[in-house]
Design a protein around this ligand. Structure first.
Ligand code: KIV
Length: 279
């Protein structure tokens, strides 16, 4: 007699598609949200199979994929290409796409057009925008088209030439108070979640406690509702970037370089392909 074990509620929950509503349920029951960046089909498939809640198609693609020094040069077309590839690799995770520099700032009509292109051409589920009170008009216009928006405050890399450095933000009281006001404004205008980047842990925890929407941190301490890292950084592919907030979950740079060196040596020595690898 074969005994079939019925799937548990937990198994069902693991398979269920992650939506913006599910993220707020997770916050309400104190379940942490795990988010990582993804830029292509193969990585997206692995992230999804591992059970990631949110894949962020970050404009960090500008750095880690395209080799630019900042996030500013990446274009809307490039972001859409990355996002479409990620969407094809994902069955369960929520896919959020960064609106790139120049695609929304200071022009709510342009913001709506850019967000609509991302949603139509990539099949992604929502967009993310950097900035506080000054992007509220654009956010409202995008929301009016039914597109969910995630906010992003603290260190906002698209404004790097305004800040001048990538140091911790909001360490002074006036900047911290402005950040709290911005966070409230983003929640009030309808953002479904907020990323806080590189700010003091105490301030991040205060914001997460004050807001009813989920707050996801990067370099913002443990007192928030979830965490995000750049996948290439946490895998140790990119060796030049080692901020205090980064935990290395693998050392893929060395593993990959070792594999490439072995392949090159095998080819040069005539050891590859062998008989069993030939037709
Ligand atoms: O572009 C990105 O990867 C991001 C994360 C650092 C939050 O915005």
């Amino acid at each position: 007699m074969s005994t079939q074990i019925a799937p548990s509620a937990e198994d069902d929950d693991r398979k269920r598609r992650v939506t913006t509503a599910r993220l707020s349920e997770m916050k309400a029951r104190g379940e942490k949200i795990a988010m990582l960046t993804g830029y292509d089909f193969s990585f997206a498939r692995i992230l999804d199979a591992a059970g990631i809640d949110v894949v962020l198609v970050g404009d960090s693609a500008s750095n880690v994929i395209h080799g630019h020094e900042t996030t500013l040069p990446i274009t809307l077309d490039q972001m859409i290409d990355h996002a479409a590839a990620v969407v094809r690799g994902v069955k369960r995770a929520l896919v959020v796409v960064d609106m790139p520099f120049g695609s929304y700032q200071g022009n709510s009509r342009l913001a709506l057009e850019s967000a609509v292109r991302i949603m139509k051409e990539s099949g992604a589920h929502c967009v993310k925008m950097e900035g506080g009170e000054f992007v509220v008009d654009s956010i409202k216009r995008i929301l009016s088209a039914g597109i969910p928006v995630m906010g992003h405050l603290g260190l906002t890399p698209q404004s790097i030439y305004k800040f001048g450095t990538y140091v911790v933000r909001a360490t002074e009281e006036d900047e911290a108070e402005q950040l709290v006001r911005d966070a409230m404004a983003l929640q009030e205008c309808g953002c479904f979640a907020l990323v806080l980047e590189k700010i003091p842990a105490q301030l991040a925890e205060r914001v997460a406690n004050q807001l009813s929407i989920p707050v996801i941190g990067i370099g913002a301490g443990p007192g928030v509702d979830g965490q995000v890292l750049v996948t290439h950084d946490m895998l140790g592919i990119n060796q030049e970037f080692s901020p205090r907030f980064l935990r290395l979950y693998a050392q893929l740079h060395d593993v990959m370089q070792g594999a490439f060196e072995k392949y090159i040596a095998d080819v040069k020595a005539g050891d590859f392909p062998g008989e069993e690898e030939s037709y």
